[in-house]
Design a protein around this ligand. Structure first.
Ligand code: URA
Length: 230
């Protein structure tokens, strides 16, 4: 459209956008329907979302946080990695998974050939719960819209739910993680694989084999999705 001299309007919402009529001298008036392509979302949409998160006061965690932790990595990644909530290190640095558990997560990703910049990493909560306690349901409820919008923009080929809280919140279930891992779930049309939290794996080395199996399952899921596209 740009090559044709037609303004391309980037959608700010998921509703189809109708551009204004193009009126050139002696040319025919035309209406161009631009289907929203959130995968190539304008940086403004991301910047607006990031500002909204950074200034959020929807729950009381805003009173105790050092800063929000929006997420890091590629905004067009095939992999969306979702943990539970920032801990102390994350709260201090403003980045997800940067402590000991984060180092193991980085290693786990490396084992399947992915760097942290190849994936997008974020959490259910964007603020640290004091004392690293579990997120309260009302905190998750206040925050979940930010994650839904990140999911919509990224359109990942697989979602990796890291740990029990992430899996149970996303899948809206109380089922134990042992029952949720080992299979591919559907989250609004996106495949979701559950993996044990690296903080748990640091304490339970015997479960590492299962985590490896789950990562392999996620790798196969992405591969199959790419094959279906071609
Ligand atoms: N644990 C999480 O679930 N997320 C982080 O960002 C860090 C630790």
């Amino acid at each position: 459209l740009e090559a044709m001299g037609i303004d391309v309007w980037m959608p700010r919402t998921s509703a189809p956008v109708v551009s204004k009529p193009i009126v050139a001298a002696e040319s025919v008036t035309e209406h161009v329907i631009c289907e929203p392509d959130l995968h190539n979302a304008s940086p403004t949409i991301w910047a607006d979302l990031e500002t909204e998160v950074a200034t959020c006061t929807k729950c009381t965690l805003c009173q105790t946080r050092t800063q929000t932790v929006f997420g890091t990595g590629s905004k067009s990644a095939d992999w969306l990695v979702i943990g539970e909530a920032p801990g102390q290190n994350e709260d201090e640095q403003g980045k997800p998974f940067v402590g000991k558990a984060g180092q193991l997560l980085t290693e786990m990703l490396r084992a399947i050939g992915l760097g942290r910049d190849d994936v997008f990493i974020t959490n259910i909560l964007k603020c640290r719960p004091p004392g690293n306690r579990d997120p309260k349901p009302e905190e998750a409820e206040s925050c979940i819209d930010y994650l839904s919008r990140q999911r919509e923009l990224i359109k990942p080929k697989v979602i990796l739910a890291v740990g029990r809280i992430s899996a149970q919140t996303l899948l809206k279930t109380d089922a134990p993680i042992g029952k949720l891992r080992g299979k591919v779930h559907d989250l609004d049309g996106a495949p979701l694989v559950v993996v044990y939290h690296p903080a748990y794996l640091l304490r339970s080395l015997l479960e590492k084999r299962k985590a490896w199996q789950d990562l392999q399952l996620a790798v196969r899921t992405v591969k199959e999705s790419k094959e279906m596209e071609n």
